[in-house]
Design a protein around this ligand. Structure first.
Ligand code: LHQ
Length: 266
């Protein structure tokens, strides 16, 4: 996959597409342009069968501090452009849905501060590795806003209501260790080891049975909003599909032949 973007760097390494948010002087704050490019790159990642995992990180010392507040104020002052509600419906909401519905794993390598919608972006990923110097804040309340971009859905599911309320109502910043302790991230690495570790994890995911991973994401999102009875039915439907994949055949063959499986993603 090769694409030229203004606010993102992209690189494909084997089956891993690496996306770097690239506005380092603003800690990679979201502009409309960046949000549009992110939606585009995730659409391309979905279409391109050679992409079997996505790794997302930030350039420079920040991961992403959420909406570019300079942009947001300009839009309000000019009286032009979309209202906040329309803005969310046209940009953040489709991006977050695209990520949750991408039938491939998304790994976040959180290299620095993740605030507001930048923190939401990390939570829309499937696996989070943080650098020791990373930090997280639900910055929204600090600027008189409510958590958006899926934060109200993801954060309590990841860390529970007590902690979600604490973080959302106070907007306090937590460090990577606290994020690990409350279950917000999977791993914390020394800063210099963040990218090598995240690339290794993404490479392993890219060699996994991709279709099963897509079905697992779908099954969990379905289960979050349905009854046990409905969820059991959905599991049966998705297992039917998983059972017909080449990777399932390969998994069984490899087990019986006592060798490592070579999954094709088919
Ligand atoms: C920034 C930003 C930023 C612009 C740092 N914008 N420049 C959705 C839809 C509709 C409307 C509104 O909102 C949303 C969703 C949201 O995301 S709302 C929440 C928006 N985010 C925030 O409120 C966080 C604002 N940033 C901060 O609180 C701090 O910058 C953090 C704690 C993230 C980092 O602090 P420091 O490490 O001390 O860095 P810094 O503050 O010095 O920032 C470095 C530069 O980045 C600086 O620029 P400058 O030109 O002065 O060097 C900041 O202005 C810029 N920057 N965040 N969101």
């Amino acid at each position: 996959m090769s694409m030229a973007y203004q606010t993102l760097l992209t690189e494909q390494d084997g089956g891993v597409l690496i996306i770097t948010l690239n506005r380092p002087d603003k800690l990679n704050a979201f502009t409309d342009g960046m949000l549009g490019e992110l939606i585009d790159v995730f659409k391309q990642a979905e279409r391109d069968a050679s992409v079997r995992a996505v790794l997302i990180t930030g350039a420079g010392r920040g991961f992403c501090p959420g909406q570019d507040l300079g942009d947001a104020r300009q839009r309000q002052e000019s009286g032009k452009g979309l209202s906040f509600g329309e803005h969310l419906r046209h940009t953040y909401n489709p991006l977050i849905l695209k990520m949750r519905q991408l039938p491939k794993p998304i790994i976040a390598a959180i290299n620095g501060v993740a605030a507001g919608a930048g923190m939401s972006l990390t939570m829309a990923c499937d696996f989070r590795v943080a650098a020791e110097s990373a930090s997280f804040l639900q910055a929204f309340v600090r600027v008189g806003l409510i958590p958006d971009s899926g934060s109200t859905w993801m954060l309590p599911r990841l860390v529970g209501m007590t902690r979600a309320l604490d973080l959302m109502l106070t907007g306090r910043k937590i460090d990577a260790r606290e994020a690990l302790n409350i279950g917000l991230v999977n791993q914390v690495m020394p800063d210099t080891e963040l990218m090598p570790t995240a690339r290794q994890i993404a490479t392993e995911f890219a060699a996994a049975p991709t279709r099963a991973i897509g079905f697992i994401k779908r099954a969990l999102d379905y289960a979050a909003n349905h009854t046990l009875e409905e969820t059991l039915g959905n599991e049966a439907d998705l297992q039917e599909l998983a059972g017909r994949t080449a990777d399932h055949q390969e998994g069984i063959a490899a087990f019986l032949e006592k060798r490592p499986a070579r999954f094709s993603g088919e």
